[in-house]
Ligand binder design. Structure first.
Ligand code: HEM
Length: 510
C-alpha cells in the first residue's frame, strides 16, 4: 500500500495544480481581452461596432462601460474634449463612447467641413427629451428627408428671407428702445443692471412677435408674459440636461432623472398655449407672422396642428436664448475693454450722429460688426454647434471609416482657440477682422458659429441683425462700466452661458 500511494496521489496533485494554472491562465486571458476590448481606442461602443475600421480612430477609452460620461455631465465639455483631442493627437478626428453611443468629434477646420457638408451626416441624433417634446416634427430634429426639406424651404422664403428680416427692422428697434428703458429703470431702482434678464425678455418678445405676432409688457412674477417665460425656460433646461437614458437604454426604463415626466407635463402645457395661438390666428388672419404663413400653407403641405406646434415652439426658443447669450458675452467684453467700447461708440457717433441708430446704419459700422465676430470666436454660444449630427449610412471622414449611426460633433470652440488657426487665440481683438474679412456664415470653417452645410442655422441673418442693432443701441445710449469684477467663467447648457451672469452699471450718455 505504502508503495502504491504516491503513484495514486502524485499524478492527482499534478492534475489539480495544472488545472489551477490553466484556469488562472484562462481567467487572465479573459480579463485581458475584456479589458483590451473595453479599453479599445474610443471605448466600448467602438469596440462593439462592426464592421471594425482597419485603422482605429484615436481616442480615449474612458471609464470602463461608461466611456466619457463625466465629460458630458460637466459644464465645460468643449474644453475637456479640446484637451483630449490634443492629448491623443486627434484634432482631425477623435473617437469616444458615452455608454453605448458612438461619437466622433472634429477639432480641425478641414474635417469639420467634411462632416458638416456631407449628406451622410445630415440627420440629428434624437435625444429622449427632444423626442418627448415632439421635436422630431420640428425643423431642428426632423430626420433628413421630404418633411424637413419642406420646412426649410418654407421658412427660408417666409421667415428668414432678407426681405422679411428687414421687414421686422422697426419692431427690433422698438423692442430695443423698450429694453433701454428697462436698463434705465433698473439703474434708477438698483444702481446696477442684471444684463441677462433684460436681454432675455427683449429677445423673447422679439421671437414672440415675429413668430406669434404677440408681445408682452413684463415677464416677472405677475407679468402677462410670466407663464410663457416659464414654459420657454423649462424646455430650454430639459433639452440641455445630460440624460443618462440617451446612452444607457436599461436606465431609460426607469426615467431616474424624471426627464420624461417633465417633458410630458411641459408638452401638455405647450399644446394648450400654442394651440390657442393657432386658434386665434385661424379666427383672425392677416398679421403676417409665421403662424399665418404656416396656416396659409397648411393644406398644401399637409401640416397637422401637432406639426405646427412643434415647429413654432422650437423657433421661439432657438431664437431667444442664442441672441440673449451672445449679447451678454459681448457686453461683458465691452465692460472689460473700455478702449474697444469707446472706439465702437465713436464709430456709431460718426455714422449716426444724434439720431437713433437703425438697421440701415449697420452696414456702415464695420468695427461694431468685428466686435460681434470676435465675441462669436471667443465665446461661441454653440461651442459644440449645439446640436450634433448623425451618420445615416456607413461613410468616411478623411481616411477613417465611420459606421452608420455614429454621432458626429464639431468642436467649434477648439478650432477658434487653436493657435495654429488663430494668432493669439485667447486675446479679445476685434481688429483682426478689420485686417482680414472672414465670413462667419458657414463657408470658412475657421469660424462657423452657425454651423455649415444643409443643416446650417437658418436664423443666422435674423440673429445677427438683432444682435448688431441692439448692441449699437445699447452702446449709443449707455457707457457700460464694471460693478465688481467681470467673471468670464463658462457654463455649457443647451448654449454656452456666463456662469456668473453679468451685473454692471449702465451710465446714460445723454
Ligand atoms: C446668435 C444666434 C444664433 C446662433 C449662434 C445659432 C447657432 C446655431 C447652430 C450652431 C446650429 C446647428 C447648425 C449645424 O448643425 O450645422 C443652429 C441650428 C438651428 N438654428 Fe440657430 N443660432 C442662432 C440664432 C437662431 C435664430 C434667431 C433662430 C430662429 C428664429 C434659429 C433657428 C435654428 C434652427 C431651426 C436650427 C436647426 C436647423 C436644422 O436642423 O435644419 N437660430 N443654430
Amino acid at each position: 500500500m505504502a508503495s502504491s500511494s504516491p503513484s495514486i496521489f502524485i499524478p492527482h496533485a499534478y492534475d489539480s495544480s495544472s488545472a489551477l494554472s490553466l484556469s488562472l491562465l484562462l481567467c487572465f486571458i479573459a480579463f485581458v481581452s475584456i479589458f483590451s476590448f473595453i479599453l479599445a481606442p474610443g471605448g466600448l461602443s467602438w469596440a462593439l461596432s462592426k464592421p471594425r475600421a482597419k485603422a482605429a480612430i484615436p481616442g480615449p477609452s474612458g471609464v470602463p462601460f461608461l466611456g466619457l460620461v463625466f465629460v458630458f455631465t460637466s459644464s465645460l465639455t468643449h474644453r475637456t474634449l479640446a484637451k483630449l483631442s490634443k492629448l491623443f493627437n486627434a484634432k482631425p478626428l477623435m473617437a469616444f463612447s458615452v455608454g453605448l453611443t458612438r461619437f466622433v468629434v472634429s477639432s480641425q477646420p478641414e474635417t469639420a467641413k467634411e462632416i458638416l457638408n456631407s449628406t451622410h451626416f445630415a440627420d440629428r441624433p434624437a435625444k429622449e427629451s427632444a423626442y418627448e417634446l415632439l421635436f422630431y416634427r420640428s425643423m431642428g430634429f426632423a430626420p433628413y428627408g421630404e418633411y424637413w426639406r419642406n420646412l426649410r424651404r418654407i421658412s427660408a422664403t417666409h421667415m428668414f428671407s432678407q426681405k422679411r428680416v428687414s421687414g421686422f427692422g422697426s419692431f427690433r428697434q422698438d423692442i430695443g428702445s423698450r429694453m433701454m428703458e428697462q436698463v434705465s429703470s433698473s439703474m434708477e431702482q438698483n444702481g446696477v443692471v442684471e444684463v441677462k434678464k433684460v436681454l432675455h425678455y427683449a429677445s423673447l418678445n422679439n421671437a414672440m412677435m415675429s413668430i406669434f405676432g404677440k408681445c408682452y409688457d413684463s415677464f416677472g412674477n405677475g407679468g402677462d408674459g410670466y407663464e410663457v417665460e416659464k414654459l420657454v425656460s423649462e424646455g430650454y433646461e430639459l433639452l440641455g440636461i445630460f440624460n443618462w437614458s440617451d446612452h444607457f437604454p436599461v436606465i431609460g426604463w426607469f426615467d431616474l432623472q424624471g426627464v420624461r415626466k417633465r417633458c410630458k407635463d411641459l408638452v401638455a402645457k405647450v399644446n394648450v398655449f400654442v394651440g390657442d395661438v393657432i386658434k386665434e390666428h385661424r379666427e383672425k388672419r392677416g398679421g403676417g407672422d409665421f403662424v399665418d404663413v404656416l396656416l396659409d400653407l397648411e393644406a398644401e403641405n399637409k401640416f397637422t396642428d401637432g406639426d405646427m406646434i412643434a415647429v413654432l415652439w422650437e423657433m421661439i426658443f432657438r431664437g431667444t436664448d442664442t441672441v440673449a447669450i451672445l449679447l451678454e458675452w459681448t457686453l461683458a467684453r465691452m465692460v472689460l475693454h473700455p478702449d474697444i467700447q469707446t472706439r465702437a461708440r465713436s464709430e456709431i457717433a460718426s455714422v449716426v450722429g444724434n439720431r437713433s441708430v437703425t438697421d440701415a446704419d449697420l452696414e456702415n459700422l464695420p468695427y461694431l460688426q468685428a466686435i460681434v465676430k470676435e465675441t462669436l470666436r471667443v465665446h461661441p454660444p454653440g461651442p459644440l454647434l449645439s446640436w450634433a449630427r448623425l451618420s445615416t449610412q456607413d461613410t468616411h471622414v478623411g481616411p477613417h471609416f465611420i459606421p452608420a449611426g455614429t454621432t458626429a460633433m464639431v468642436n467649434m470652440w477648439a478650432i477658434t482657440h487653436d493657435e495654429r488657426v488663430w494668432a493669439e487665440p485667447n486675446r479679445f481683438n476685434p481688429e483682426r477682422f478689420l485686417d482680414e474679412d472672414v465670413s462667419i456664415m458657414g463657408t470658412d470653417l475657421r469660424l462657423a458659429p452657425f454651423g455649415a452645410g444643409r443643416r446650417v442655422c437658418p436664423g443666422k441673418s435674423m440673429g445677427l441683425a438683432t444682435v448688431h442693432l441692439w448692441l449699437a443701441q445699447l452702446l449709443q445710449k449707455f457707457e457700460w462700466v464694471e460693478h465688481g469684477s467681470v467673471d468670464l467663467s463658462e457654463c455649457l447648457k443647451l448654449s454656452m452661458e456666463m456662469k456668473k451672469p453679468l451685473v454692471c452699471k449702465a451710465v446714460s450718455m445723454a
